[in-house]
Design a protein around this ligand. Structure first.
Ligand SMILES: [Zn+2]
Length: 527
């Protein structure tokens, strides 16, 4: 009877907590201190996971999944990103192309079909997540049920904030996805945040392969999944898509410009704006914020400060951020699209400047007319993005121009780290061909050594990825913060810590201050 009353009160608290923002610390402490029996905990986890799965189906997140072999492994890495399609959603299934693998939602929960009858839970200890007191329970599936063997962090309101453990369904889907035939075993760990008016969503998952008994201990992979675009529900997103389509079909009534040349430039910018709008609305590109208009624009203006090409670049160059962790640089007219992956792993501002310099040089040396493939054509966002990729060709004059830009800029005396980044990039591209694609290296990687033999980079330390204190790149997630609701990016205010042997590597995310971060990003974008 007491147990039933407790569950009822939990149900009420949970339905209320959806609307109530902020926490009541006093009430919460009492509830946490109150003993939740292991059995009740199982029922709470079941309720919460079912609620979370239902809430997730209403949302329209974009996610990326990346799995990386450790140093020395002969295997390569795997990457994909796209719109998350949760199974059971008939409407969305009609869309044929989904670059994220099937069953990806398995990673977003300890068990999306958590049923307390199939589990034994055991209380282990008190802990805290995001400063909130939680109870840690061990979960064991009963009998042959393919359940979650691990730990969940449950708070007094019945919310599962974190989970870490393994499940056979996850093993098979990750094994299949990474192109292996022999089953691999993984531990996965999910972090959740309160977003979109109060519901909880998984924003980050860290994955670590467990070496099997008969393989060497260092034979291992690490991976991560990151989700964002939680600002709109699926219905809201669909309405936004409709608006764009209507907007695009409207005939463009332009007042006659003073010259054909002027009209041509305007038309180009219209096309640029259209593609940027589609990519932003679909959640693949960060909306323009202070990072783009101040930090990134500052680097571009530093590069062009005393350059003769500044006049040639009209309309002025803009910078936008692709939300992928892959190293990526694409040009759309006079807009540079640089990926979060580039910004994250670049060891310093000089390295970012070097990457952007290549983009600026391309614009001047090989001005590419915007192709008919992207001009107001209704295509899936990822197709538009693919149409912007160009094969590297005739890179020598481009590198020469990029070097000219760099050598006249304030970055000239501090390009040694950028040189090491180029060394690292060329070294890892075969092993990490998904994260550091060959196309990117062919463009930006200075394969002929023109930049690295220059007086600005010549005196860099000898590249040695295992020497303490030396690094070519930072681990993923080192520099950039991503707001999971608005998709805005900004620089993290954390110290940059290179880790030996982890250049371009995956490290656990621990997004403990995600609420704080969202708040600070929101307030900054308001001013
Ligand atoms: Zn190039």
């Amino acid at each position: 009877m007491r147990g039933l009353r407790f569950l009822l009160s939990i149900a009420i608290v949970m339905s209320l907590s959806h609307y109530v923002r902020g926490h009541a610390p006093a009430a919460q402490t009492e509830e946490t201190d109150a003993r939740i029996s292991d059995r009740d905990a199982g029922v709470l986890v079941q309720r919460f996971e079912q609620l979370a799965a239902a809430e997730l189906r209403k949302m329209d997140p974009v996610g990326e999944l990346y799995l990386q072999p450790d140093r020395g492994d002969k295997d390569t890495d795997s990457y994909s990103w796209g719109r998350l399609v949760t199974s059971g959603d008939q409407e969305r299934r009609t869309i044929p192309i989904n670059p994220l693998p099937a069953h990806i939602e398995e990673l977003l929960s300890p068990d999306p079909h958590f049923d307390a009858r199939h589990y034994v839970l055991r209380f282990i200890r008190h802990d805290s997540v995001n400063g909130l007191p939680v109870l840690i329970y061990e979960t064991h599936p009963i009998g042959s049920y393919d359940g979650f063997e691990g730990q969940v962090a449950l708070d007094g309101q019945g919310v599962v904030w974190r989970y870490v453990g393994s499940r056979r369904a996850v093993d098979s889907f990750l094994t299949r996805w990474s192109g292996e035939w022999r089953k691999r075993h993984f531990v996965y760990s999910g972090w959740r945040a309160r977003l979109h008016g109060g519901s909880l969503y998984t924003t980050d998952v860290f994955i670590q392969q467990i070496p099997s008994a008969n393989s060497p201990a260092q034979f291992s992979r690490r991976g991560r999944m990151r989700l964002w675009n939680y600002g709109k529900t699926r219905a809201e997103q669909a309405r936004a898509e409709l608006q764009i389509v209507n907007g695009a079909e409207r005939p463009l009534s332009r007042a006659l410009g003073p010259s054909a040349d002027e009209n041509e430039r305007r038309w180009m910018r219209d096309v640029e704006d259209y593609v940027l709008e589609v990519l932003t609305r679909e959640g693949y590109l960060a909306p323009e914020g202070t990072f783009e208009t101040r930090s990134c624009a500052q680097v571009i203006s530093n590069l062009l400060a005393v350059s003769r090409i500044r006049e040639a670049l009209d309309p002025p160059v803009r910078c936008r951020v692709l939300l992928s962790s892959r190293l990526d640089l694409r040009l759309l007219g006079h807009t540079v699209l640089i990926s979060v992956g580039c910004l994250d792993t670049a060891g310093d501002e000089g390295t970012v400047a070097m990457i952007l310099a290549h983009g600026l040089a391309e614009m001047v040396i090989k001005p590419t007319p915007i192709t008919a493939k992207v001009a107001f054509v209704k295509r899936p966002a990822l197709d538009l993005l693919a149409a912007l990729e160009t094969k590297a060709s005739d890179e020598e004059p481009v590198n020469k121009e990029a070097l000219a830009l760099l050598s006249k800029s304030l970055y000239a005396p501090k390009l040694e780290q950028a040189g090491l980044f180029l060394d690292g990039m060329n070294d890892v591209t075969t092993r990490l061909s998904s994260l550091v694609p060959q196309t990117f290296v062919d463009h930006v990687g200075d394969t002929a050594g023109a930049l690295r033999q220059s007086e600005w980079m010549r005196r860099r330390p000898v590249y040695d990825p295992s020497r303490p204190g030396h690094y070519s790149a930072l681990p993923l997630g080192s520099r950039m913060a991503l707001n999971r609701e608005t998709n805005q990016v900004d620089l993290l205010h954390a110290p940059l810590v290179p880790i030996v042997g982890k250049s371009f590597g995956v490290v656990p995310p621990y997004p403990s201050n995600s609420d704080e971060l969202s708040a600070s990003l929101a307030s900054r974008s308001a001013d």
